[in-house]
Design a protein around this ligand. Structure first.
Ligand code: XUL
Ligand code: CO
Length: 434
């Protein structure tokens, strides 16, 4: 143990803990839900970047967090950061973590130096994983922070940036594979544009498609069995991002012949920025067969930014897990807390408390979702609403043509009577569980 989380002990499951004690009131890894352990349903992951790499800056002010590993950007600091990260994992007991290359290694002056730094840190982290049993949910490449990526990575007008990004992604898939990662994520933070005036939309989209085909080819070539995941987001940092939401990503995957190869990692805050609800994005991905994993967080509903806060709304989280369960639950995916502290939350204990609270909220959401499914009321109401489609004439209409339908409407004197959508009654039903 480092002394970073000094004085803190592994967080127990204790529904009767004192009000200010750090304890899981609801998250109980071994509790059985729908025949599966709660831990195996939720598959929690801690995000290295928010917990250990983010210094607490905002557009108006610099770093607020004082972490010992921020003093210098060296391998020694990166190892200290890794030690502290594994200390947090030991306190929380969550099964997984996620990282970008830039979160875990110092920045080198050249590509070769970056690759060496990454290798050294992957060795170090791999040893800690075998000692502790904590696993890697996904790895990814940071193709958005360095200034070389300011005009995009795969979609850059400069082919040298495309090449640098491709080589970087290769090194990150290798790292993820070596650490037995269950998924590899691509979030296209700079894969978009600031102004159409200097942008060739179609060329950039084609570059992104070709890039993704190479990622999939490489995955098969090295025998990486994890899932490749795209993480949609509509904007921020760019004005427009090419993979704006699940529907857009599906069209993109179809276009490049990758719909059977690539799935989505859906983030709560990104769904909201795209003008959707989280459950909309989850339901659509489930229906299209591309649901993969989730980044759990929340945005401040007034700010209009991707504020990446820890989740705190049981009703919202319950509806999200309802869709996750309906999609069959996670296979390689999980619940990654892509969430950061507020910049005034300076204490190491704040980081622990944030995750404990979020894990409890998710546990409550999962329990509510499972209870709603067991109750069956929502699914019965949905089935009843569409029951007319089971009638033989409805099937004939779907298989018919405008002319045959028109003739039938005349012959049967069809005159539809509107029926209630019963929205409030369904909302009342949900309220009984959350
Ligand atoms: C940014 C975001 C990223 C991805 C990984 O909004 O969500 O942290 O999850 O690059
Ligand atoms: Co994310």
């Amino acid at each position: 143990m480092t002394d970073f989380f000094q004085g803190l002990a592994p967080v127990p499951h204790n529904p009767d803990a004192a009000p200010d004690a750090l304890a899981f009131r609801h998250y109980d890894p071994d509790a059985m839900i729908m025949g599966k352990r709660m831990e195996d349903h939720l598959r929690f992951a801690v995000a290295w970047w928010h917990g250990f790499a983010w210094p607490g800056g905002d557009p108006f002010g610099g770093p607020t967090f004082e972490r010992p590993w921020f003093a210098e950007d060296t391998i020694a600091s990166a190892k200290l950061k890794a030690d502290a990260a594994f200390d947090l994992f030991a306190l929380l007991g969550q099964p997984f973590f996620c990282f970008h290359d830039a979160d875990i290694r110092p920045e080198g002056a050249t590509f070769a130096q970056n690759a060496r730094n990454l290798d050294e840190m992957v060795d170090y982290i791999g040893q800690k994983m075998s000692q502790t049993g904590t696993r890697l949910l996904w790895g990814t490449a940071n193709l958005f922070s360095h200034r070389r990526y300011m005009a995009g990575a795969a979609t850059n007008p400069d082919p040298e940036v495309f090449a640098y990004a491709a080589a970087t992604v290769k090194s990150c898939i290798d790292a993820t594979h070596r650490l037995d990662g269950e998924n590899y994520v691509l979030w296209g933070g700079r894969e978009g544009y600031e102004t159409l005036l200097n942008t060739d939309l179609v060329r950039e989209r084609n570059q992104a498609g070709r890039f993704l085909q190479m990622v999939v080819d490489y995955k098969h070539k090295i025998g990486f069995r994890g899932t490749i995941l795209i993480e949609p987001k509509p904007q921020e940092p760019t004005k427009h991002q090419y993979d704006r939401d699940v529907a857009t990503v599906y069209g993109f995957l179809k276009d490049f012949g990758l719909e059977g190869e690539v799935r989505v990692n859906i983030e709560q805050g990104h769904a909201i920025l795209a003008g959707h609800s989280f459950e909309h994005e989850l339901a659509l991905a489930g229906a299209l067969g591309i649901f993969g994993s989730i980044d759990m967080n929340r945005n401040d509903y007034q700010s209009g930014w991707d504020t990446d806060q820890f989740p705190n709304s049981v009703p919202e989280v319950a509806l999200a897990y309802y869709e996750v369960l309906k999609a069959g639950g996670f296979t390689t995916g999980g619940t990654n807390f892509d969430a950061k502290l507020r910049r005034q939350s300076l204490d190491p204990e704040d980081l622990v408390a944030a995750h404990v609270g979020a894990m409890d909220i998710c546990a409550r959401g999962l329990k509510a979702a499972a209870a709603m499914l067991a109750d069956g009321g929502l699914e019965q109401a949905r089935a009843a609403r569409y029951a007319g489609w089971e009638r033989p004439e409805a099937r004939q209409w779907l298989d018919g043509s405008l002319e045959t339908i028109a003739a039938d409407v005349l012959a049967r004197d069809i005159n539809p009577r509107p029926v209630s959508g019963r929205q409030e009654r369904l909302e009342n039903l949900v309220s009984r569980f959350v």
